[in-house]
Design a protein around this ligand. Structure first.
Ligand SMILES: [Ca+2]
Ligand SMILES: [Ca+2]
Length: 501
């Protein structure tokens, strides 16, 4: 009898607790993605010329800056697919931008992050790039299906580069001058726009978000704000370029022999300088490229400021969790390349900043959390039921940034896996090539230690984290639809969220 009473009391307590969770005010989530942003922001000190006053102000007021966070994959689509589905690339088979997660078995059955918030009583809304955009048989899949409300600022705005100043490798133009000499199969292009600030995409996304923040709702919200700069092309209004003096710009330090210690089994070099790197070098455009990226970072910080100020003015800041994340990093010459999609630190370490309403100081957390950890962490912080996904709840690190954290940061690409801790970085490619770096003594990863015997046992510990299997990628290519027709007719996009796990 006593036992039955105990059990009854136990269930009453549980019922009481659950009732409390539902009745207490759940926090809003402001989920801000910045495309292709590396550590060139003032809080991460990746480049001392960078100007990001709004990020600074935000961090100074109170935030945790994760200075060793990693992305689940080092390129847009796979990184965002993992973050938003909760499943690592080796489980879904999404390793490249050519694979749409909507057609994978796991995503067919499971709610994505915004859908999970929607199922659990939140109003979800977004503008800009949250999911990666894919062409489908029926039109464009913007990831719009995942939100209760989706705005399309991206659709109506063109980059509008000023032809007198544009630089483009593909078109063979440097500072407005066209020549076959200048042409290269390199993806870089930059220059000031003819549009003014208010006509640019990210400004419109920021304006949309600030308007939405003014609205009163009877439900808590999950709001996605997806900025697309500093993604290429680096076209932003001239006022952002003008803040950086080209003459005095310092370019990143490059070690010319950096690739010499990464060898194939036959002794040949595994990596070579890329077309982008060679093009920049050939035409002496290092300073121009550096300035263009800095200008784009300053531009996106300005747009971010509009949203963060609107949040303060709305009075909702005291009940809103803010996460600001980049989908992966970016090389600007390091390892003799530009762009992303490598397993080196430049590409696998994006900025990641979290503010809980109660925070009132700027702190750094060195734990190598993974952006995929946002899914379990946010649902925990908002009192949503737990879900079977990859990733680990890091909410204890928000209370104590030095709390134990047992996981290395794992990044999976088409070509291999990166396993990163605060101290060490191990990389293993599918072709068997390996790298190992001591980040304390060699933060630029210049000296590959993999063949040094004394590290053998440490390396073995890292090898344990390499995924045991990789689901094969299902690539379905469709031609780009005209006029950005929404892919709503695609059966995969008609999701009955009540049936999703
Ligand atoms: Ca990206
Ligand atoms: Ca090296």
């Amino acid at each position: 009898m006593t036992r039955i009473i105990y059990i009854l009391v136990f269930f009453l307590v549980i019922l009481h607790d659950n009732g409390k969770a539902q009745n207490s005010v759940q926090p809003n989530v402001l989920f801000i993605a910045i495309d292709d942003l590396n550590d060139w922001i003032e809080p991460l000190r990746g480049n001392n010329q960078t100007i990001t006053p709004n990020l600074n102000k935000f961090c100074d007021k109170g935030a945790v800056i994760f200075n060793n966070a990693v992305c689940p994959a080092p390129v847009c689509g796979p990184s965002r697919s993992a973050i938003l589905s909760g499943f690592m690339p080796n489980k879904t088979g999404v390793y490249g931008n050519g694979t749409n997660m909507i057609y994978t078995d796991l995503v067919k059955e499971n709610a994505t992050l915004p859908e999970y918030f929607s199922i659990n009583g939140y109003h979800t809304l977004a503008d800009g790039k949250i999911f990666h955009k894919h062409a489908t048989e029926h039109g464009t899949d913007f990831g719009h299906w995942a939100f209760d409300e989706f705005s399309r600022s991206r659709r109506y705005v063109k980059d509008n580069a000023d032809p007198n100043y544009v630089t483009s490798a593909k078109q063979g133009i440097i500072k407005g001058e066209k020549s076959p000499e200048f042409k290269a199969k390199a993806k870089l292009s930059w220059g000031p726009t003819k549009s003014n600030f208010e006509e640019t995409v990210d400004y419109r996304v920021a304006k949309w978000a600030s308007d939405q923040l003014k609205k009163e709702r009877d439900k808590p919200f999950f709001m996605g704000v997806g900025f697309i700069k500093p993604h290429l092309p680096w076209f932003v209004p001239s006022e952002f370029f003008d803040k950086f003096d080209l003459e005095t710009i310092e370019v990143p330090e490059i070690y010319n022999n950096d690739l010499q210690d990464i060898l194939k089994p036959n002794g040949q070099l595994a990596f070579h300088p890329t077309e982008e790197y060679k093009w920049i070098k050939k035409h002496g455009l290092e300073k121009e490229a550096t300035r263009a990226y800095l200008a784009n970072v300053n531009y996106v910080d300005t747009c971010l400021g509009i949203v963060l100020n609107a949040l303060e003015e709305s009075g909702k800041a005291e009940n809103t969790i803010v996460v600001i994340w980049g989908d992966h990093g970016w090389h600007l010459g390091e390892k003799l390349r530009y762009l992303k999609n490598t397993l080196w630190s430049e590409a696998v370490k994006p900025p990641f900043i979290v503010r809980l309403p109660k925070m009132d100081e700027k702190v750094y957390c060195p734990a190598p959390v993974n952006l995929i950890d946002m899914f379990p962490t946010l649902i925990n912080l908002c009192g949503l039921p737990s879900k079977e996904i990859d990733g680990h709840d890091f909410s204890m690190l928000l209370d104590n940034p030095r709390h134990n954290w047992d996981y290395p940061g794992i990044t999976i690409s088409e070509s291999g896996t990166s396993v990163l801790t605060e101290r060490w970085h191990y990389i293993q490619y599918l072709n068997g090539i390996e790298e190992f770096y001591d980040l304390k003594n060699d933060p630029k990863e210049w000296n590959n230690l993999v063949s040094i015997k004394s590290y053998r046992e440490t390396i073995l510990e890292f090898k344990k984290w390499i995924p045991k299997y990789r689901v094969k990628a299902k690539r379905i290519h469709f031609p780009k639809p005209k006029n950005y027709v929404d892919a709503d007719a695609d059966p995969a996009l008609k999701r009955d969220i009540s049936k999703l796990k």
